[in-house]
Structures are given as structure tokens and as C-alpha cells.
Design a protein around this ligand. Structure first.
Ligand SMILES: CC(C)(COP(=O)(O)OP(=O)(O)OC[C@H]1O[C@@H](n2cnc3c(N)ncnc32)[C@H](O)[C@@H]1OP(=O)(O)O)[C@@H](O)C(=O)NCCC(=O)NCCSC(=O)CC(=O)O
Length: 448
């Protein structure tokens, strides 16, 4: 791991008792993994300009001004099949010809009743199931047929969300410089990122990355990557696209994973990320001030996905909500310490706004309890869970969308984004609301 200092940041203020030359508040830190992803990106841009300088010499001219922010959000769900949760068990057992499995049916109904979900959207419909009865039986080969359907469906759904984000952003799609696409529902090469770029008419020079098999933390990972790309490439505008479809993991109830059947839904979430200078009427929605990824040691067993000839198998251990409850506060402390130093001890979680991946109702309950949050602090997460279920990596984009619509001008200054998935991996991002930023800027100008 390398640390580059590429400041000064306009948004992280020195602490009152800290010497001005101290670097840890007045400069922006960039943590690079061993692949040096963004140094390579800088390099390719400079070479295109015929500039033969070394990466070190280029840092001063390539980085953005300030911290990355979410500039626009769009979401989409399949419109064909919308199943109310109270009808899901009956529908699922009917289409899978499993009504005779009364024990499993009663169990699924018990689970559905406790999910906190009211409805979910699905791309898979009865006609597809009639054409592909093998989707019901994990023992039969079905991966090829599943892959063929999602190969067009995943980029198309992502396109719907992306068009909304681009419309809100207000700049032409050709101004997108980077695309980060996260999905475990598509396995072609060239993959969904290229198809989305073509559907949207992005530039041939758009720099594409596809993230796969991150499960539910894919959205958090893509946002963190976008933050680094935006901050390290002057003028970069990064599209984050996350799209998941349960068609890849669908099976009959005797295939196990009743909790997965009760929980997951289909959706696409797209966000456009950029750092200053802002142009063309761009309006930051959430600033992404600092970010970390943490793996809870020895919890690989707890969450997982396995691609088989019969589709994708999910494993969700019953301990997941407890494990997250036990570890979440330390992740938050470690991440907020990057911004607040030892003052992190004076933070009150309840004074912040929250964008938490609604992996399941007990996960939200446990986080609320551990952090002593008022009921309502996780309203955006609970609302997304209620309206759409758990859409894996796409869900966190829906939560950000709900949060900004719900709170409009009433967001507290600081907030936290949390997403989790196999590992168990926890993605944490310190958010700052733009309203408080503009107020702060006005105060700074007054005091100058
Ligand atoms: C399934 C639930 C709705 C049940 O709610 P409660 O726990 O409050 O209710 P409960 O304790 O009465 O449990 C109801 C029944 O569900 C069973 N049950 C609960 N959790 C289970 C699990 N993980 N696997 C198998 N069965 C499970 C219980 O044994 C019980 O069975 P019986 O009634 O027979 O006694 C909830 O636990 C839930 O949402 N769990 C999912 C959490 C999770 O793992 N989320 C991560 C999703 S993946 C993700 O987001 C990241 C990723 O995958 O990448």
C-alpha cells in the first residue's frame, strides 16, 4: 500500500490546535493499492498529450481540485413483474409447481413476513420460466440460458438508470471519461460495461472497468473507485453503474436458500461522480470525503456466492446481522478518524445522516441499536428495502437517491455510507452534505 499526498484539499479544515504545516488535515490523502491504478491512468493521459514526464512529475497537474462528489443519480427497475411480498410465497410455489412442499412453504412465509419488504421487481417472468423449466432445478445445466438472457437485459436496465442520471447531471454523455460497472449478473466479454457505453454513446476513449462477484458491496466499491479516479484525473467524470438480476440465482424452493428468495430483487443504480472544478451547472449532492474497506477476519464462511452449471448459489449464514452489528462501529471510527483525528471520540453518530445498505431488516436493526440511532435515522435504507428488497450492489445507489429526496435541505453536515458483502467486507465512506459545504464556504469568505 502506498500513500500519496496530493493536496491541498479545499474541504478538510485544520483542527484548531494543529500546526498549519501538519499534513494530515490540510492535504488530501490517496491510498493506492499495489496495482497503482490511478498512477497508470495519469500516465496514459499524459502519453496521449505527448508528454513524456514520469508519473511523479505529473501529479501536480493531473489531480482535481477538492474532493469527489456525487453529481447525479438515476435508478431503474424491471417494470414487467412486480410481486407484493405478501403474495410472493404463493406465487413462487405456484410457478415452481412446489405447493406440495408444505413445510418449506410455511417456512418461506414466516421468513417473508419478517423481511420488512412490501414488494419487489423481477425481470424473470412466467413465460421465460415456461421456456426454461431447467431454471427451477439446480441439478440441470442452465447457466448458458441464464447468461444469454441477462447479456442484453442487464445493460438495458443499467441504460434506463444511466439516462436518468445523465438528464439530471445536465451535461452530454460524451463528457463521461470513466465508467465503473459492478454486476455479478452478467458474464460476457466484452462485458456489460462496453454494452452500456455503446447504448449511451459514450466516447470510444471512455476508460472502462468492470467489477464482478463483489455481491452487495459492489456499489460501495464502485463509488470508492470512482472517488479515486475523479480526484486523480483533472476534469474526470466517472459513471458508476450497478445492476443486478435475480434470474441468475433463481431456483425452486427445494434448492435451498429460502432467505435469498425472500430478500433479493432486481434493480439498477447509476451515479455520476466528479471533483472540482464543477462546470455546466453541476450540482454536488454528496461529497465523498474519506473512504475505507475493511474485512472482518475469519468470516469468509458467512456470505458467499458460487457460480455453478445450474446458476449462482448464495450462502447467507444466520450470523451475518450479528457479525455486522459487532464490527460496524470500529469501521466507522477508523474511517472518520481520517477526517477528524482524535476528535472522532467526540462525534455523535445520531447527529449524522445515514446511507446504509439494507442487507436485511435485522442488519439495520442491529446497526441502529449499536450506534444508538433514533428511529428514522435509517429511514432511507428501510424505505428502499420496503419498496424494492435487497438489490445487492445497486441498492446503495437507491438509498442515496432516497436520502437526498427525503431530506432535501435538512441533511446534517456529516453522514456515513455503509455497504457490505462477501468477506465479510465493509465499505465505509464519510459523506458531507453540499448544503453545509456552501454555508461553510460563505463563512470562510466572510472571515477572510
Ligand atoms: C430471514 C429474516 C428475514 C428473518 O428475520 P428474523 O431473523 O427477525 O426472524 P427469525 O429469527 O424469526 O427467523 C425466521 C426464520 O428464518 C430463519 N433464518 C433466519 N436467518 C436465516 C439464514 N441466514 N439462513 C437460514 N435461515 C434463516 C430462522 O431460523 C427462522 O426459521 P424458523 O421460522 O423455521 O425458526 C432475517 O434474518 C434476514 O433478513 N436475514 C438476512 C440477513 C442477511 O444475511 N443479509 C445479507 C444479505 S446478502 C447482502 O446483503 C450482501 C451480499 O450478499 O453480498
Amino acid at each position: 500500500m502506498h500513500v500519496l499526498l496530493l493536496g491541498p484539499s479545499t474541504n478538510i479544515k485544520p483542527q484548531p490546535d494543529e500546526p498549519l504545516e501538519a499534513p494530515n488535515r490540510s492535504l488530501t490523502f490517496f491510498l493506492l493499492d499495489s496495482s497503482n491504478t490511478h498512477v497508470n491512468t495519469c500516465s496514459s493521459i499524459c502519453m496521449a498529450k505527448g508528454n513524456g514526464t514520469t508519473p511523479d512529475n505529473r501529479q501536480g497537474v493531473q489531480h482535481a481540485e477538492g474532493t469527489a462528489a456525487v453529481l447525479a443519480i438515476g435508478t431503474a427497475n424491471p417494470s414487467g413483474v412486480i410481486v407484493p411480498q405478501e403474495q410472493f410465497t404463493d406465487e413462487f410455489f405456484r410457478v415452481s409447481n412446489s405447493d406440495h412442499l408444505t413445510h418449506l412453504k410455511e417456512k418461506l412465509q414466516r421468513i417473508c413476513n419478517k423481511t420488512g419488504i412490501e414488494k419487489r421487481h423481477f425481470h424473470l417472468n412466467e413465460e421465460m420460466l415456461r421456456d426454461h423449466p431447467e431454471f427451477l432445478d439446480r441439478e440441470l445445466p442452465s447457466l448458458d440460458a441464464r447468461i444469454e438472457i441477462v447479456a442484453t437485459a442487464v445493460p438495458k436496465l443499467a441504460e434506463s438508470a444511466a439516462r436518468k442520471a445523465i438528464a439530471e447531471w445536465g451535461r452530454p454523455a460524451t463528457d463521461i471519461t470513466h465508467l465503473v460497472f459492478s454486476t455479478y449478473s452478467s458474464w460476457h466479454a466484452p462485458s456489460a460495461d462496453l454494452q452500456l457505453a455503446s447504448l449511451l454513446g459514450l466516447r470510444p476513449t471512455v476508460s472502462r472497468t468492470i467489477l464482478s462477484l463483489h455481491g452487495c458491496y459492489g456499489g460501495g466499491r464502485a463509488l470508492q473507485l470512482a472517488k479515486e479516479l475523479a480526484e486523480n484525473n483533472h476534469g474526470a467524470r466517472v459513471m458508476v453503474a450497478c445492476c443486478e438480476m435475480t434470474l441468475v440465482c433463481f431456483a425452486g424452493p427445494d434448492g435451498g436458500n429460502l432467505v435469498g428468495h425472500a430478500l433479493f430483487g432486481d434493480g439498477a443504480g447509476v451515479a455520476i461522480i466528479g471533483a472540482g472544478p464543477f462546470a455546466g451547472g453541476e450540482c454536488p449532492l454528496f461529497e465523498m470525503v474519506a473512504a475505507t474497506q475493511t474485512t472482518i477476519p475469519k468470516t469468509e464462511y458467512a456470505l458467499g456466492m458460487q457460480v455453478t452449471g445450474g446458476g449462482v448459489d448464495f450462502h447467507l449464514a444466520i450470523q451475518v446481522p450479528t457479525l455486522l452489528g459487532q464490527n460496524i462501529e470500529q469501521c466507522l471510527v477508523d474511517t472518520f478518524r481520517l477526517v477528524f483525528g482524535d476528535d472522532v471520540d467526540n462525534l455523535t453518530w445520531n447527529d449524522m445522516f445515514w446511507a446504509v445498505h439494507p442487507g436485511g431488516r435485522p442488519i439495520l436493526d442491529n446497526i441502529e441499536t449499536v450506534l444508538k440511532l433514533d428511529p428514522g435515522k435509517l429511514a432511507a435504507s428501510r424505505n428502499v428495502l420496503r419498496e424494492y428488497g435487497n438489490m445487492s450492489g445497486a441498492t446503495i445507489v437507491f438509498v442515496l437517491d432516497d436520502l437526498r429526496r427525503r431530506c432535501k435541505d435538512q441533511l446534517p453536515e456529516w453522514g456515513a455510507l455503509l455497504a457490505f458483502g462477501p468477506g465479510i467486507t465493509i465499505e465505509t465512506i464519510v459523506l458531507r452534505s453540499p448544503r453545509s459545504l456552501s454555508e461553510q464556504n460563505i463563512e470562510d469568505i466572510k472571515s477572510d
